[in-house]
Write a protein that binds this ligand. Sequence first.
Ligand SMILES: [Cu+2]
Length: 444
Amino acid sequence: MDRRSFIAMGGALAAMMRAPVLHAVETPPHADTGNDATQPLRFDKRPAPQRTFPGGQMPVVTPNGSTLKWSVVDGVKVGHLIAAACLNEFAPGLRAEVWGYNGATPGPTIEAVEGDRLRIYVTNRLPEPTTVHWHGVIVPSGMDGVSGLNQSPIPPGDTFMYEITVREPGTYMYHSHYDEMTQVGLGLVGMFVVHPKTPRGPRVDRDFVMMTHEWRIDAGARRPNPLEMTDFNVLTFNGKAFPATEPLVVGVGERVRIRLGNLSPMDHHPIHIHGVHFNVTATDGGYIRESAQWPENTVIVPVGATRVIEFTPTVAGDWAMHCHMTHHVMMQMGHGFPNMVGADTSSLDRRMSRVLPEYMTMGTSGMGGMGEMTMEMPPNALPMRGGSGPFSYIDMGGMFTVMKVRERPEDADPNGWYVNPPGTVASRADPVRMRRDGVVLPEG
Ligand SMILES: [Cu+2]
C-alpha cells in the first residue's frame, strides 16, 4: 500500500469513527438530580425496607437507580428492556449521552426468585444491532446472548424475546454482547439478582446493589469515548460520580449486604469501606461457605465479576466507601498534568503576572485544594471536583460515596451528617498537653 492510499484509508477510518449517532435521546427522570453545580445536592429519604421475598428476605436497593418492573402473565414474570441512547448526569455540571436500558446506566436491576420463569423482551433503539447476555446466570445455550454464537443480533428497531428459568440463586449481571467495546463501554450494563427460595446464611436487614464503571469524557464532550483503553477520567458507582452518589443509610447492629458488580471496560476496582470489617460471602459463581469466607477491609472486584460482602456496623458515623485506586476518586483533570509538586515557581509567577495579572502556577504544594478553586471551566466539565462535607470540602470525587451508620436509621436524613460525641473529633493539639506528653518538635 502506498502512502497516499494509506492516508486515504486513515481518513475514511477517521470519518467512520466520527460518524454521528442519529437517534432520539430519552432523558430518564432520575438521570437528572434536578440540581445544578451551584446548588447542594439533596437526596430523598427512602421508605423503610419491607421483607417481601420468601423467608423474609429484603428486596435489593440500587442507590441512584431502580429495579425492573414485572407483570405476571400465566405465572411468568414479564419484563421489558429498551436499549437506547440517553442522557446521564454523572454529577451536577457534567452530563453526557450514554447508551442505557430503560433510560439509565446501569439499567434497572433485575430481581427474581430461584425457580422463577422470566420472559424479558429486549427492544433495540440503538443505531446498530445489539443482544443481551445474562452474565453468570445458567440459561439454555440459545438464550445466552452472544451475538453470532447463540443468536442473531437484534437489528435496530426490532424486539427479541428471551425466556429463562432462574435455577441458581446469586448475584449476576446483564450486558450487551454485540460490539462489546462500544456498547458495554457506553453503559449497556445492569445487575441481576436471584434470591434463594430458602434464605441462606444470616438474614440481612439491608441489601444494596452497586455497579462500578469507568468512562473517558473529555471536558466539553457530548459523549464518552468508548475507544479509550487506559486513561479513564470519570469513575462511577451506579452511573454517578461523587457528590452525586446517593449515600447508604444503615443502622448500628444491622446486617448489611452489598452486591458489587464491575463491567468497567478495563479496570478492576479495590472497593474499600471505612468503619467496618466485612466478609466476602459470594461471587457470580455462587455462595462461599462460611468456613471459607475471608475477612477484609477492601475487596477487589475484577472486570466481569461480582463480589458480595456482608457486615454488621458497630460504630455510628459517616464512613467513606470508595475505590482505593487514587486516580479513581479524581475527575477529568486528575491526571495528565505536569508534576509541579515541590517546584519553586515564584520567579515564573512574577514574570507571568506582568502579562496575566491573575496568573498563579498550581500544584506546587500538592493538589488538595484544587477542587474548591473556582476556575473558568469549559461548559459540561468537572475538572476537579469533590463535594462539601461537615468539616470542609471533601476533595475526592468519582468512585466515592458515604455510608451513614446511625443508631436510628429510620429517622436519619440522608442529607445529614453524623453528630460526633464531644471529644471524639481530631483537632488542633494543645501545646500545654503536648509538653506534658513529652512531644517536642524537632528543629526546622
Ligand atoms: Cu477503581
